[in-house]
Design a protein around this ligand. Sequence first.
Ligand code: OGA
Ligand code: NI
Length: 299
Amino acid sequence: MNVDKRGQTKKIPIVDLSDPSDELVANAVVKASEEWGIFQVVNHGIPTDLMQRLEEVGRQFFELSAAEKESVTRPVDSQDIQGYFPKDPKSLKAWDDHLIHNIWPPSSINYRYWPNNPSDYRDVTQEYTRNVTKLTEKIVGYLSKGLGLRCEALKEGLGGDKAQYVMRINYYPPSDSIIGAPAHTDFCGLALLVSNEVPGLQVLKDNHWFDVEYINSAIIVLIGDQIMRMSNGRYKNVLHRSIMDKEKTRMSWPVLVEPKHGLVVGPLPELTGDENPPKFECLTFQDYVYRKIKKLLRD
Ligand code: OGA
Ligand code: NI
């Protein structure tokens, strides 16, 4: 049970996207993003059987032998951050086994990092991409609207051809160690996450860790650093972590929606002024990631 310090029960918001009132849906998305920085969406239009197939091909890939998985490992001399990364037992930084590859736009894709075993991995991933980009556009539209009637800028900054989508698959085998992914916020604009039936995601709010309840076929939306910066702090970048299960393998499939790498991102000019000065520096996404990792951010 999720109970805060004052004994109040609190729940991570669930938004039903099939509600006939678009305005109510928009308000719920905006409120959840302001208060929590995370919500789950149900009736979101992505077919349940497609989500199941996504989970199936991901699981099949991770169950291959280490040698077979190496077919999509990044070459040692490459600067790429894509590919299969087995957990290094000596490194405290490596969280888990994971696979990362771009999925959108087509010009950003390097199929060398897309497994072709199982044989339908690529087809399923392509179909999921078509669906997840559409859902993202819808959510970014609501968030954009929530920033003010005339403010379409969030959509212009992270919608359409401004965004790059990255698939990450996390594989946490059964473990006695508790933390799978240490507490962090996502560097990207927002993340849309699917997990298998083993719960483990937790989010911090009001100094309390809340469990994200597993809802079959729901998609979890997490606000990342870039939307927080673009909205000048109005939308919250949620601090989250994941815990491991002692007996079961947990897997998750976050799709990370990032601003294209050369774009400069900062508080939207439409939102800032004398009364609301910009709280964050304007930086390209690469500069932001570099500075965050090196702890060089000024804000
Ligand atoms: C991530 C992440 C949590 C999870 O990959 O950024 O937060 O549930 N994963 O695996
Ligand atoms: Ni994360």
